[in-house]
Design a protein around this ligand. Structure first.
Ligand code: AMP
Length: 188
């Protein structure tokens, strides 16, 4: 039987990753001129590619004793929930301000114009628990860095922050604290 392992870091050569990469669609000038939007709906709509994507993260993380998968609103939810199911872990959402009904921890971060706030239920994860953070794409890193700070506030152990796509030319990884080791499936 041939088994494929993604536990090593050199995964971008695998045919599965190549197929996922081929399916990601570039939409120029969305949502505003000059931005090339990486559209992942073309991956999600394909049953085989959706499965390969979730399986990729599962194989990377299956031996890491992950207790919770934390998804960043909103595309982090798409991969986060099935990944949590596979890892036999819980799923916890990080949401934009005002969406969560219970008591929250919050973290603000600066945008190009102004400020934004993300929140997590402050009783969702016990202190010291091993978690993985997941989102679709690392761009400037503002959102991901704020998510890392939020998890620092509630004192959990971030085993990794995982992305489907890393836009390396925006240097977002430099914003991430050392408490959040970063990995992405596909690099541009
Ligand atoms: P950032 O805080 O700049 O790292 O980006 C925050 C979020 O914006 C990411 O999680 C993506 O969902 C989305 N995003 C930013 N740039 C792009 C892009 N070029 N294509 C698709 N989504 C993007």
């Amino acid at each position: 039987m041939i088994t494929q392992s993604y536990d090593t870091t050199d995964t971008e050569q695998s045919s599965d990753v190549a197929a996922i990469r081929d399916a990601i669609r570039d939409i120029p000038d969305f949502p505003k001129p000059g931005i090339v939007f990486k559209d992942i709906t073309t991956v999600l709509r394909d049953p085989a590619l959706l499965k390969k994507t979730v399986d990729y993260f599962y194989h990377r993380l299956k031996s890491q004793n992950i207790a919770y998968v934390v998804g960043i609103e909103s595309r982090g939810f798409i991969f986060g929930a099935p990944l949590a199911y596979q890892l036999n872990a819980g799923f916890v959402p990080i949401r934009k301000k005002g969406k969560l009904p219970g008591p929250v921890a919050r973290q603000s971060y600066t945008l190009e114009y102004g400020e934004d706030v993300i929140e997590i239920h402050d009783d969702a994860i016990p202190a010291g628990a091993r978690v993985v953070l997941i989102d679709d794409l690392l761009a400037t890193g503002g959102t991901a860095a704020a998510a890392c700070e939020l998890l620092k506030q509630i004192q959990v152990e971030v085993v990794a922050i995982e992305f489907l796509i890393h836009l390396t030319f925006l240097n977002g990884q430099e914003k991430l604290p050392a408490t959040c080791p970063m990995h992405a499936m596909i690099h541009y």
